[in-house]
Design a protein around this ligand. Structure first.
Ligand SMILES: [Fe+2]
Ligand SMILES: [Fe+2]
Length: 169
């Protein structure tokens, strides 16, 4: 049986994954409004991955006889100053998620909840990938700056990204 404290932490994490999904959908629509369909595609897939993270946690909590309580999800920003601003906010958000998952791992060990500790190993590894991807993207968009032909090429490259259930599962 899961402790009330861990159950609450997983509920909060689930809510954070839903917020992440909303944030990336908000960025998807902002990029569409900027006519950057490749960047929009990149964030649409990010949003799908976050929804899969949420559902993975939903299923886990119910498997250990806990319960997900649906809560209001905060409204993300609707508009962004620039492409660089988008990726800076994404990286900062992913760093917050990493800290939150680290806290779950720490608390699970304190409570000798080894099942939760093992389950969240996958998420902490995923965060290493997420942060690395966003750091790389941030470097690329900073390098591109105002160069419209490079921006065109990167946008075309990002249009090729497809959703892999395994990436987000
Ligand atoms: Fe996530
Ligand atoms: Fe993420």
């Amino acid at each position: 049986m899961i402790s009330p404290r861990i159950e609450k932490l997983i509920n909060d994490q689930f809510n954070m994954e839903l917020f992440s999904s909303n944030l990336y959908l908000s960025m998807t629509s902002w990029f569409l409004s900027q006519d950057l369909d490749g960047f929009a595609n990149f964030f649409r897939i990010q949003a799908q991955e976050e929804m899969m993270h949420a559902m993975k946690q939903f299923d886990y909590l119910h498997n250990v006889d806990g319960k997900i309580n649906m809560m209001a999800v905060g409204a993300p920003e609707q508009t962004f100053n620039s492409i660089v601003d988008c990726f800076e906010k994404t990286l900062a958000h992913e760093q917050k998620v990493t800290a939150s998952i680290s806290n779950i791992l720490h608390s699970a060990l304190e409570d000798k909840d080894y099942a939760t500790h093992t389950f969240f190993q996958w998420f902490i590894n995923e965060q290493v990938e997420e942060e690395a991807t966003m750091k790389t993207m941030l470097k690329k968009v900073k390098l591109i700056g105002e160069n419209s032909s490079s921006l065109y090429l990167l946008n075309a490259e990002l249009l090729q990204r497809t959703f892999q259930a395994e990436e987000g599962a």
